[in-house]
Design a protein around this ligand. Sequence first.
Ligand SMILES: Nc1ncnc2c1ncn2[C@@H]1O[C@H](COP(=O)(O)OP(=O)(O)OP(=O)(O)O)[C@@H](O)[C@H]1O
Ligand SMILES: Nc1nc2c(c(=O)[nH]1)N=C(CO)CN2
Length: 166
Amino acid sequence: MSRAVLSLGSNLGDRLGHLKSVVTGLGEALVAVSTVYETKPWGVEDQPDFLNAVCVVDDPARDEWAWLRAGQSFEQAAGRVRELRWGPRTLDVDVVTVDGVRSDDPELLLPHPGTPERASVLIPWLEIEPDAVLPGHGPIRALLSALPEADRAGVHPRPELRLAAP
Ligand SMILES: Nc1ncnc2c1ncn2[C@@H]1O[C@H](COP(=O)(O)OP(=O)(O)OP(=O)(O)O)[C@@H](O)[C@H]1O
Ligand SMILES: Nc1nc2c(c(=O)[nH]1)N=C(CO)CN2
């Protein structure tokens, strides 16, 4: 079994449509998807707000590299052009965790190293897996509590933006 957590982000073009393309493309592998959140940009702050969501996926046939490739193919289909690090993009799919796998390969760092600092990942993930633990870092609930209030305040649920049928 290979159960992964994927984070999705978009701040260019049809933001909701780009996130939907992932949820649709995951098909049977999709176990859970969070609400869509509108989030203030971190990293490079002078760029449009993001839509972010987190998915839990499960597919016994896919290992961590297959999840990375799947994410990259969704990004390419959304016309993503690689430019500035942490800059605007039509679609970003990060592999947050895959089971308990740890990897220090720069092509696939697991768990994704940005996760503990990103309220835009932790808040949607906590919504669908309240007891989740980030391997090597502990419960995500505690990671979120440790973030500055200003970071959490930049993440707004947008339940009217639906990714999956209720
Ligand atoms: N866990 C991971 N998920 C997705 N990509 C990863 C992961 N670990 C390493 N990478 C590598 O990161 C590169 C893509 O980086 P990208 O341009 O998406 O970075 P970014 O989104 O600007 O920054 P960040 O990765 O901090 O969110 C790819 O070459 C990919 O192989
Ligand atoms: N709020 C938010 N900010 C970001 C995001 C993102 O998905 N959400 N992705 C980035 C690209 O790495 C840079 N900044």
